[in-house]
Design a protein around this ligand. Sequence first.
Ligand code: ADP
Length: 188
Amino acid sequence: MRLIILGPPGAGKGTQASRIADHYGIPAISTGDIFRANIKEETELGLQVKEILASGGYVSDGITNAIVEDRLAKPDCASGFLLDGYPRTLAQVGALDQMLAQQGADLGAVLELTVDDEVVVGRLLKRAETEGRDDDTEDVVRDRMAIYHRETRPLATTYRDRGLLVSVDGDGAIDEVTERVIDALGRV
Ligand code: ADP
């Protein structure tokens, strides 16, 4: 099973991604987590992307595509994976298409978690208080939402046109959303 999870910042992609990945026995791959781990370890990549993450902007397609290509080549991805936070731009969609074509692999579904802007902004500001992520301040949160709508939301249309999009309401208790997702994916 090769899956993508799409949704605005704060939609709960990370939480649902690990549950879905457990359910299917596949790795959940979060580009945001990979970047944050590199920042924490002060690797060359980490130093390169630190400011970008703090500002809420997107890391360049070149860097991001290379990281994903590397990760997808690992043996644990052979039978499937769940991508969280990638692709985020149309250029990344094209790059992923090429990576999959090279492996002779297809996407199974693209899961979209839909949540109202006001709800996700509220969640992100709350997360800022508890987790202290420096891309969760109010101004940065508003910027991230705008960037999401401009750059990433159009991907839902792209995948809908390919017949791959599965939209699930992401508003509600965590368990409830997981149930909806597993149910919807089971019908694909
Ligand atoms: P969230 O789940 O809150 O949307 P992520 O953890 O997915 O946040 O991503 C955090 C940050 O990492 C993004 O704001 C962006 O700067 C960077 N990033 C993650 N994935 C990508 C990507 N595919 N392309 C460009 N930048 C990315």
